[in-house]
Design a protein around this ligand. Structure first.
Ligand code: TTP
Ligand code: MG
Ligand code: MG
Length: 432
């Protein structure tokens, strides 16, 4: 997927027709909103394939724990029926020779930032919608870039050259249709839905692709005899508003291709978190603490990478019976230091009775504050030392990458403190 293929702007799938439009109609488009939606192709696994060429062309799945689910599957893995959110056990049955990787969230976020910077550089109004997708309102950019397809091609080319990754872009008069368009011809797609073409696209759209139409809602609709978009349109909006209230009116609007929502920029992350489903439910506090430490490291590195410090640390525990609790602690000052995040999470864990074995444990840092300058008048030796340690670790991880993290993680078994752990890590990394 490294190389961009030639774009065929006519549609291969389900073949709605794009009407030919003359120049004057094209000019009128300037007065209609033009929304672009960009979504990276098989994002996590594609990053892995670019970083490790040996993985190219192979089925790759992110997720290793036999009790967890796949977070991503490469297009090669999808040929075997593997998809996101599928239990790993099932994925292994479908394709035993797939490469199952633990995932490197910090790296994906790093690439995500690169991609978002490129989009923000070229587009006036950008809303990041998830780690791998963004909307841009590009109304009125025709004079600068020509038709919106040109801008889309330029985005795709710049992203490919900066990251080695392909993405799919949709262009449409609103966010809802733009997202349908980007999904239409994945991977490496570029699809435009003009207002006049919207009904043809919507006819073939599975109801589950409409936001808010999940498994339960779909079942509710099926009981009403409604399984397709044309079924929705066969009943007037008043019917839907009466039968299902706001949900019904929303459903009818989307089935008509209507979406007035705006592109809202400034979606800065509000929190950083990491969680792990354990290989076996456990009451072993030492083992749980080790997970917290690994998570604190991941979160600390991510916070330092994005230049954020958080004031609140949250512990999340899911028990054997799937009941869950979250506990939070507000710190005296905002932090991005691994040791401080770990200490807070460890205290929260220590204060908890564990009435049943723990299935999942997670740490989060939120309540971001502006990064403060450390006051030299109040030297804080511990903090300084911790920060130095973090900086060293970051440099090592940047240099040696995920392999070093994986090797290092096996070395933490008997670590008592973060310093212990990190010095052990350094030894591991140095091959001692
Ligand atoms: P998506 O954009 O939904 O999927 P994708 O990029 O892997 O594949 P596609 O080409 O179809 O867009 O999600 C982006 C990343 O988010 C994905 O690579 C992994 C992560 N993710 C999860 O962690 N859990 C999930 O359930 C999903 C759907 C995605
Ligand atoms: Mg994607
Ligand atoms: Mg996505």
């Amino acid at each position: 997927m490294r190389h961009s293929r030639k774009y065929d702007l006519t549609l291969g799938r389900a073949a709605p027709t794009i009407s030919s439009m003359d120049e004057s109609f094209e000019a009128v488009q300037d007065f209609i909103r033009v929304i672009l939606h960009l979504d990276m192709d098989a994002f996590f696994t594609s990053v892995e394939q670019v970083d490790d060429p040996l993985l190219q062309g192979k089925p790759v799945v992110i997720g290793q724990s036999l009790r967890g689910v796949a977070s991503a599957a490469s297009y090669e893995a999808r040929k075997y029926g593997i998809k996101s959110a599928m239990p790993i056990v099932q994925a292994k049955k479908l394709c035993p020779h797939a490469v199952f990787l633990p995932g490197r969230m910090a790296r994906y976020r790093e690439v995500s930032r690169q991609v978002m910077d490129i989009i923000r550089d070229l587009c006036p109004l950008v809303e990041q919608a998830s780690v791998d997708e963004a909307y841009a309102d590009i109304s009125g950019t025709r004079r600068l870039f020509g038709p919106p397809e040109n801008l889309a091609l330029r985005l795709k080319a710049e992203i490919l050259s900066a990251t080695g990754l392909t993405c799919s872009v949709g262009i449409a008069p609103n966010k809802f249709l733009a997202k349908i368009a980007s999904d239409w011809n994945k991977p490496d797609g570029l699809t435009r839905i003009r207002p006049i073409d919207a009904p043809a696209f919507l006819q073939a759209l599975p109801l589950g692709k409409i936001p808010g139409v999940g498994t339960h809602f779909k079942e509710e609709l099926r009981r009403m005899g409604v399984t397709t978009v044309p079924d929705v349109l066969a009943r007037p909006k008043a019917y839907w508003a009466e039968a299902l209230g706001k949900r019904g009116a929303f459903l009818h609007d989307r089935a008509c291709g209507i979406d007035d929502s705006s592109v809202v920029p400034g979606t800065d992350p509000k929190s950083c978190s990491a969680e792990n489903t354990l290989d076996k439910d456990t009451l072993d506090r030492a083992l749980l603490e080790r997970q917290l430490l690994i998570q604190a490291e991941r979160i600390g590195r991510e916070l330092r990478g994005i230049g954020k410090k958080g004031l609140t640390v949250t512990l999340k525990i899911k028990f054997h019976d799937f009941s869950a609790i979250t506990r939070s602690k507000t710190l005296h000052r905002p932090t991005d230091i691994t040791k401080e995040i770990f200490d807070a999470a460890r205290k929260l864990l220590a204060a908890e009775k564990l009435p049943q074995p723990v299935r999942l444990i997670g740490t989060g840092v939120s309540n971001f504050r502006l990064v403060q300058v450390e006051l030299p008048l109040m030297p804080d030796a511990t903090r300084k030392r911790s920060r130095k340690l973090d900086e060293t670790m970051d440099r090592i991880l940047d240099k040696f990458g995920s392999g070093s993290i994986a090797r290092a993680e096996t070395a933490i078994r008997d670590a008592d403190t973060v310093e212990d752990l990190l010095s052990q890590k350094n030894r591991t990394l140095n091959g001692q």
